[in-house]
Design a binder for this molecule. Structure first.
Ligand code: PLP
Length: 354
């Protein structure tokens, strides 16, 4: 019943402890970007008039470094995070980083703090690259000065209580993103604007918001920090079904990876609009959410003002297989046939700096 279930919350330990270093670079309109530098992790100093605080030019990324079976450390698909960071920057009228600087900064940080990369399966060093407008000025225009930084936090399981299926709330009236807006950018404003709906979901006893399209409130888009994949069963074949990428959905790297792994796991892939009524009518045998922070999380039920509908009910076999396959690549247990890993620290290599 609504309100009686304790929603999943990110584990209190997620993102609460940071490693000893960070990489920073600054930009001004005449000099462009400085060379990113590895420095001790420390507070930033900002003017109260810093434009990020007023007009919201703030973007970020999230990616992970995994301990490999041979003891080395690798980043998972940092090139895709770099590309998305670049797209987010352009959408927010911020200056893109020089080519290669994003991944180089991530590698430098992982090398310096390599001892903080956990060994356990599913654990990782979570990296948080970010860019903010630092110029002190009150006119509404793109700023002339920016800060880029990457810092890191050792990460265990995102949800403290493990792999329990989440219940999602699709009964709200707010929208996360509208056509022409910033939904496909990883900008901070998207997250600030989602928090009231998230609080409403929690009041409804749900773990997450299932965002629907802003126009018809009918088409499934994604969750607050994860994309969504449904499982359909037809003629004995299982197919992963997920909404197409539009400018209202974040192009998730986990989503892409899952779709690219599907064939090897024997699953079909169908990228097509998914209507909420299909989900409520029980057309899907399973659903799961996917994102860097939480990896793969089964979605067990959808709640609206009319009640709660279980999805499938036959467990989370596909989600479990996909999670295992993804983790096997991330930890270098399965061969990296797609070239998804970028080695940051070779086995036995001493941290380069720090
Ligand atoms: N959708 C949103 C809104 C997100 O914030 C995220 C997390 O970055 C995702 C989806 C999943 O993206 P990724 O798999 O790249 O972490």
């Amino acid at each position: 019943m609504a309100g009686q279930r304790v929603p999943h919350q990110p584990a209190p330990s997620f993102g609460s402890r940071f490693t000893d270093h960070m990489v920073v670079a600054t930009h001004d309109a005449t000099a462009g970007w400085s060379t990113p530098e590895l420095v001790p992790f420390a507070d930033l100093s900002l003017s109260p008039a810093a434009m990020v605080l007023h007009y919201g030019q703030a973007i970020f990324e999230g990616l992970k470094a995994f301990r490999q079976a041979d003891g080395s450390v690798a980043l998972f698909r940092p090139d895709l995070n770099a590309e998305r960071f670049d797209r987010s920057a352009r959408r927010l009228a911020m200056p893109p980083l020089p080519s290669g600087a994003f991944t180089r900064a991530c590698i430098d940080l992982v090398r310096a703090d390599a001892a903080e990369v956990p060994d356990e399966r599913g654990h990782s060093l979570y990296l948080r690259p970010m860019m903010i407008a630092t110029e002190a000025a009150l006119g509404v225009r793109p700023a002339d000065e920016y800060l880029f930084a990457v810092f890191a936090s050792p990460a265990g399981a995102y949800f403290g209580d493990g792999g329990r299926p989440v219940t999602v709330w699709a009964g709200g009236t707010q929208a996360r993103a509208a056509p022409g807006g910033t939904g496909a950018a990883k900008c901070s404003g998207n997250y600030g604007a989602s928090l009231a709906a998230r609080a409403e979901a929690a009041r409804q006893g749900c773990d997450e918001v299932l965002w629907l399209d802003a126009i018809e409130h009918r088409w499934v888009e994604e969750l607050g920090g994860m994309n969504i994949v449904f499982v359909a069963e037809a003629d004995g074949r299982l197919t992963l079904v997920t909404p197409p990428l539009t400018d209202t959905i974040l192009d998730g790297i986990t989503r892409r990876s899952v779709l690219e792994l599907a064939d090897a796991l024997g699953y079909g892939v169908e990228v097509r609009p998914v209507a909420l009524e299909e989900v409520l009518a029980g057309w899907f045998s399973e659903a799961f959410a996917c994102g860097t922070a939480a990896a793969i999380v089964p979605v067990g039920a959808v709640r609206t003002a009319d009640g709660t509908t279980a999805i499938g009910g036959a467990g989370a076999a596909v989600a479990d297989r996909v999670r295992d396959a993804l983790l096997a690549v991330q930890h270098g247990v399965a061969p990296d046939v797609h070239g998804w890993l970028t080695t940051a620290v070779r086995e036995g290599l001493e941290p380069a700096r720090g």
